[in-house]
Design a protein around this ligand. Structure first.
Ligand code: ATP
Ligand code: MG
Length: 353
């Protein structure tokens, strides 16, 4: 069986370091592993419009920003098809058919959707499109016959929902769709990177992000203002590392060689953590170290982004070419779906049979 990747991001803002460790880094690794036959990376504008219907300009502006972030982190258009969701109308048609296979109560149980409804203060005025976005995500995944979906932990309920749709579709209409699997980051700290405010998830919508395109001074300012352990008041006090975002970021970003380069008094992160827990290690020192680590990681990304910013017409061509390939693939799957559902009336005069 062909190994195929589908993954993507909503163009609701520039991409941040949560995306980087949760999904982008993994995508680049998989892209370069040579183990995948096809890779599709989707800029999910239609999904972004489900909770930004009154702000289409925001979504539009961020399409090129997200594409620039992709190219900056090393997604290679020669190996991966980068495309725009709404440029593949087949996805909408697939969603419409899948809607019949999902109940309202099943959608209501989706914990990520539940949390997002609360976070967005929708209360009783939830747009139907937003409520059903897990179904449209199932259409996105299955349209490309994806076997692997590299994503952060918040996407687990979406994948579960998608797998149920695949199972139901195949049971009702005959074996048609490919069963996908989520691929989570191996490092636990990367599953759901917290925001700089210590909130559960770094998220564009919460304004608690370090962006891949942030300038060095902004990164430093954000890191130095980070939430830490509120009980760690004086340097000599023992501190907590669990739930302390500075340490979570160090778990996600630091490597042993960073210690040799920026903090040679310690061999590794375990030693640093032990000292913090014992007391006698101040927040400023660990924040400064985190700043050095993150500056080193983000500098080449920012520089590549600036190069691509000078070549925007080329970026648009990449999106156009990617969208054309994506549409061709999705159309082939849609044809299979219509055939299985016996709604391919005019193929071979089927309606007369
Ligand atoms: P929005 O607030 O508009 O939903 P977002 O910041 O949640 O934006 P998405 O575009 O919804 O970003 O997510 C894209 C991908 O990045 C998904 O695979 C998601 O799991 C992953 N991701 C997003 N935020 C994080 C995070 N803080 N930690 C790890 N992975 C993340
Ligand atoms: Mg999100």
């Amino acid at each position: 069986m062909k190994q195929i990747i589908l993954t993507g991001d909503r163009p609701t803002g520039r991409l941040h370091v949560g995306h980087y460790v949760g999904s982008l880094k993994e995508r680049v690794r998989l892209q370069n592993s040579g183990k995948f036959d096809e890779i599709y990376i989707m800029i999910a504008d239609a999904q972004a419009l489900t909770d930004n219907a009154d702000n289409p300009e925001k979504v539009r502006q961020n399409i090129l920003q997200v594409a620039l972030d992709y190219l900056a982190v090393g997604i290679d258009p020669a190996k991966a098809h980068i495309f725009i969701q709404s440029m593949v109308p087949e996805l909408t048609e697939l969603s419409f058919y899948y809607m019949n296979l999902v109940t309202v109560s099943r959608l209501q149980r989706n914990p990520t959707v539940k949390a997002e409804i609360q976070q967005k203060n929708f209360e009783t005025s939830i747009p139907v499109g937003f409520f059903t976005y897990p179904i449209s995500q199932a259409a996105d995944i299955t349209a490309f016959r994806a076997t692997t979906v590299p994503a952060g932990e918040d996407q687990m309920p979406m994948l579960e929902q998608c797998r149920e749709i695949v199972h139901k579709f195949n049971a009702v209409y005959g074996e048609t769709l490919t069963m996908p699997e989520i691929l989570l980051p191996q490092n636990a700290a990367c599953l759901r990177l917290p925001g700089i405010d210590g909130k559960a998830k770094m998220s564009k919508s919460l304004g608690n992000c370090i962006y891949l395109s942030d300038e060095p001074e902004d990164i430093k300012k954000k890191i130095m203002s980070m939430y830490t352990d509120p009980g760690h008041l004086r340097v000599q006090d023992p501190g907590k590392v669990e739930g302390n975002p500075v340490f979570t970021y160090l778990d996600a970003f630091s490597r042993p060689e960073h210690f040799a380069e920026f903090l040679p008094e310690y061999q590794n992160l375990d030693e640093l953590k032990a000292h913090y827990q014992r007391g006698g290690l101040g927040d400023v020192k660990i924040k400064k170290f985190l700043n050095s680590v993150m500056q080193a990681e983000l500098e080449p990304i920012r520089n590549r982004r600036k190069e691509w910013e000078q070549r925007l017409p080329e970026v648009v061509e990449i999106l156009k070419a990617g969208s054309a390939v994506a549409e061709k693939t999705a159309a082939a799957t849609l044809a299979d779906v219509r055939k299985s559902m016996k709604i391919d009336y005019f193929e071979d005069d089927n309606l007369l049979k």
